[in-house]
Design a protein around this ligand. Structure first.
Ligand SMILES: Nc1ncnc2c1ncn2[C@@H]1O[C@H](COP(=O)(O)OP(=O)(O)O)[C@@H](O)[C@H]1O
Ligand SMILES: [Mg+2]
Length: 283
């Protein structure tokens, strides 16, 4: 095992400007980023960022506004190409230059604005741009069956009809459709940017349950969130960005709200979280 500076690799103290070691994982993660940097003109958005996203786990990506969460997500999604750094996928080095490259690997992203077409129904939205054809005609039956099956697998049961226009759905239902759309394409990693930001209590519950189901299906999930209630409800691991640097990456059992806030605001935390699980990695 790699040497650690604190429980599960959370450094008790980190020199300013230096990224601490990441929490060691027992197995090769699905996605591994090393030393990812990205500059936009005068703005250095990411400085040598390391990140591991394991399968069948939810990783929360936390950080204040402007920390670089969206830029990092878009780098994984093929929207931004990093200036420096390596990306490996299933243990092999890859280059992700376009969103198509990301999709081909099995990476799907649910963005904050959801990018759903209000005037189209659920099936049309889920197949937008990837319609199934039967000769020159759309294969409506096949698309309807696949959409219904995916929604059923995710136990999204509150929509009345999959032929309902998306405009008629609640915020939580829209989020569910966007997530179902993302997982329908044999995806292995789903990234969600602030999925509960616009939702009420009941809808938030539904989306958090949906995220847990994605992980139960074996997917790697990365959730960007400001909401520490959501983070502590749903995440197995937490990664914290501050001013473009990864300042902490650890098992959630080694953190508490206060230490996450410490990392987000100052980049360090001197808190050591007590508890029976904090000293050993989970099986
Ligand atoms: N396309 C872009 N061009 C220039 N600067 C950008 C661009 N995208 C993001 N930035 C800058 O990069 C930094 C990180 O932004 P972002 O990743 O959106 O933060 P957040 O953690 O809030 O999602 C900010 O300073 C932002 O202004
Ligand atoms: Mg953002």
């Amino acid at each position: 095992m790699e040497s650690m500076t604190g429980p599960m690799g959370v450094p008790a103290r980190t020199a300013p400007g230096r990224a601490p070691g990441t929490a060691p994982l027992d197995e090769e993660p699905l996605l591994r980023l090393r030393g990812i940097s990205k500059r936009f003109g005068a703005v250095q958005a990411l400085y040598g960022v390391d990140l591991d996203l394991p399968r069948a786990k939810v990783t929360a990506l936390c950080g204040d506004n402007g920390a670089g969460k969206s830029v990092l997500t878009k780098t994984i999604a093929g929207i931004h190409e990093p200036d420096h750094g390596q990306i490996s996928w299933e243990g092999r080095p890859v280059t992700i230059r376009t969103p198509n490259d990301a999709s081909a690997l099995g990476i799907e992203t649910v963005y904050q604005d959801l990018a759903l077409a209000d005037n189209l129904d659920i099936v049309q939205n889920m197949f937008l741009g990837r319609e199934r054809m039967s000769g020159i005609f759309l294969n409506e039956d096949s698309m309807e069956r696949a959409a219904a099956q995916t929604l059923a697998e995710l136990r999204v049961t509150t929509v009345r009809s999959i032929r309902q226009p998306v405009a008629t759905l609640s915020g939580g239902q829209r989020q569910a459709v966007a997530v179902a759309k993302a997982v329908m394409w044999n995806s292995k990693l789903v990234m969600l940017d602030e999925p509960t930001a616009a939702l009420g209590v009941a809808q938030t519950r539904m989306v958090l349950d949906l995220i847990k189901r994605l992980k139960d299906h074996g997917l790697a999930v990365m959730v960007i969130s400001h909401n520490l209630n959501d983070v502590f409800e749903v995440a197995d691991r937490v990664a914290v960005l501050r001013l473009g640097r990864m300042v902490a990456q650890a098992d959630i059992s080694t953190l508490d709200r206060e230490s996450v806030v410490d990392y987000m605001t100052t980049g360090v935390s001197s808190r050591v979280v007590p508890g029976p699980t904090s000293q050993r990695p989970e099986a």
